[in-house]
Design a protein. Structure first.
Ligand SMILES: Nc1nc2c(ncn2[C@@H]2O[C@H](COP(=O)(O)OP(=O)(O)OP(=O)(O)O)[C@@H](O)[C@H]2O)c(=O)[nH]1
Ligand SMILES: [Mg+2]
Length: 227
């Protein structure tokens, strides 16, 4: 597994730089089907998770833009793969991909199955996929569909693709609950990387920004971090 280190107190200057870079995010394209995605080129980092997990809110928080990714109270809102370009001075150095959430009961079975296929193909075969951020509600932790997704990407993770679990909406837990949620997530990801995150309180923002920056830069891999 490729781990990217989280300094105890994320180096402030590096985090500022990473957040400044993320702030350059602009809408690139939306794709209902994989063949509508741009030809693989720059590194792409995918945000995946259950419907309502907080993917769009996390992208907005990380890019410090209020409505770049559409965040909604209506689960299942994101139905396409939305790509955002990153890079200063108009350069396109990397993309963030906001993927449709899974697990929303009200979605018709046929749509669910179609999306599962689209997502599985994207995650397993997209050449330019450089990293995956799996978001899950800190109150619920990783659930069955999240575990299935982890299994799906396991071969790529074993080959070194960086992978991060963001435990979202951490503001809804007290500090004891937060610590427990983090511990469980780390066990479930077999010692993988996990962070407490709150778009609302900007918790975990520096660490997540640094992670994204390093993955986009080619994963400047540092060490296996026993966290
Ligand atoms: N308290 C709290 N609520 C949050 C946070 N992040 C997201 N939410 C709320 O959770 C709901 C879902 O957020 P989204 O960002 O739209 O979730 P999503 O994963 O993009 O959902 P889909 O696109 O439907 O898959 C919204 O009502 C958000 O306001 C957070 O950090 N704290
Ligand atoms: Mg969304």
């Amino acid at each position: 597994m490729t781990n990217i280190s989280f300094p105890e107190n994320a180096d402030a200057a590096a985090a500022r730089e990473a957040l400044g870079w993320l702030h350059t995010a602009r809408f690139l394209t939306t794709a209902a089907q994989l063949q509508h995605l741009p030809a693989p080129g720059v590194p792409e980092i995918a945000f995946v998770g259950r419907s309502n997990a907080g993917k769009s809110s996390a992208i907005n928080a990380l890019t410090q833009q209020t409505r770049l990714a559409f965040a909604s109270k209506t689960p299942g809102r994101t139905q396409h793969i939305n790509l955002f370009a990153l890079g200063r001075g108009g350069a396109h150095e990397a993309s963030l991909a906001d993927l449709p959430g899974y697990g929303w009961a009200a979605v018709p079975q046929a749509d669910k199955e179609r999306w599962q296929r689209v997502m599985a193909t994207y995650l397993c075969e997209r050449e330019s996929l450089a990293g995956v951020v799996l978001l899950c509600d800190a109150r619920h932790g990783l659930r069955e569909l999240d575990e299935a997704l982890l299994e799906l990407i396991a071969p790529r993770v074993e080959q070194g693709m960086p992978f991060l679990v963001l435990l979202t909406k951490a503001d809804k837990l007290n500090s004891t609950q937060q610590a427990k949620a983090l511990q469980i997530a780390r066990l479930q990801t077999a010692g993988g990387q996990a962070l407490l995150f709150s778009a609302l309180r900007r918790k975990g923002l520096n660490e997540a920004a640094l992670w994204l920056r390093r993955v986009a830069a080619g994963g400047a891999v540092v060490e296996d971090t026993p966290q």
